[in-house]
Every structure is written in structure tokens, then in C-alpha cells.
Design a protein around this ligand. Sequence first.
Ligand code: LUB
Length: 214
Amino acid sequence: MTSVQQPTAFTAQPNVPRGPHPQQERSIRTRAQILEAASEIFAARGYRGASVKDIAERVGMTKGAVYFHFPSKESLAIAVVEEHYTRWPATMEEIRAQGFTPLETVEEMLRRAAQSFRDDPVMQAGARLQSERAFIDAELPLPYVDWTHLLAVLLQEARETGQLRAGVDPAAAARSLVAAFFGMQHISDNLHQRADIMERWEELRELMFFALRA
Ligand code: LUB
């Protein structure tokens, strides 16, 4: 593994320009459809097992038309992994707007992440591609760091509002939460195709929040 800092996509805004022309709108929709198909193929077969031909067939396009939007399989993998991080800052704002406390926001974010790993091919493909990153010849965003940062910010806030157990370090707790959550979804995927992920999250949540809560 290289220790060179790689780009991350977590803080990127969704790639939707304001007031697009109909033609741009169609292009954005087509791009999204290709990414959805690519996610399904990458999630099911992994990076090596996937081909641009399969992805084109799944979305009902020619290979050439797919290459117009994404010049290579590598660029498709990067776009899928970026997409699986991009949605979470907006989700966090949405949850916070509903008046959740910082600690409740952590719970709700991870509950939704668990649900998405179960139901959403983009999340499933993102996780699978990241676990294969050593064998993919592309600059994928660095894994784990954006979730760790996001949870550390929330846990720091929880500490300031007296919600955190005395002696719990927000940054260390964020790393432990990400490590535990990542392991949980990985095991659930390998043993049960994530059919049991909500139950596994629930038991992990109980244990972790017992330790975190003041
Ligand atoms: C998350 C995965 C799967 C962390 O952040 C990441 O890169 C993650 C895939 O690489 O779990 C979950 C909090």
C-alpha cells in the first residue's frame, strides 16, 4: 500500500448544475443511469469481473455511448466510489434540520448507512471496489477518512453539549465507530449478503452507545 495522500470525494457537491438545458439534463440522466448499471455490475462481479460491455448491455447502450460519458472502466470505478460518499454530507444536514441531538445524529446516520448498504447498489459497489482497491489501477478516493471526520465533528459537538461519557475522546471514538461499522457490514456481506445488517447494526449500536453516552 502506498501512503501517498489520495483525493477524497466525501465533501464534493452532487454534480448537478443549476437550471440545465434539456440536452444537459438528458446527459446528466444518462450518466446517472450508466452509474446505476455500473454499480449493479461492480457490486455483483467485482472490478475484475466487470466489463464496460456488460455495463453498456445492462443500461441498453452501445459501448461507444458509455465511453462518451466515461472513458474507461477505471473512470467508472472512480465515479461509483465517489458517488457512494457524496450523498452523506447532505443526509447529515437533513437529519440535523429535523432537530436531532449530535449523538442521535450519529445513530441516525449510521442506521441509514446500514440500510443503504443493504438496499443501494451504489453503496454495495462502493464498498466492494474499496475492498479491492489494492488490485484496481485507479486513484480511488481514500476510504474511511471522510466518515471518520464527519463522525468526529458530531462527537465533538456531543461532548460540548455534555452528551458524551467523561474521558471519551471524540476523534478516537469516531475511528472506533468506523472500524466497527466497516467490519460489521463486511462480515454481514460475506456471510449473509447483508440480509442481517440491520440486526447486526442494532446490536453494535447498543454496545457502542452504552460506552459513548454520558
Ligand atoms: C464505510 C466503506 C464501508 C465506513 O468510509 C468508507 O470507506 C466505508 C467502504 O470503504 O463502510 C462506514 C462508516
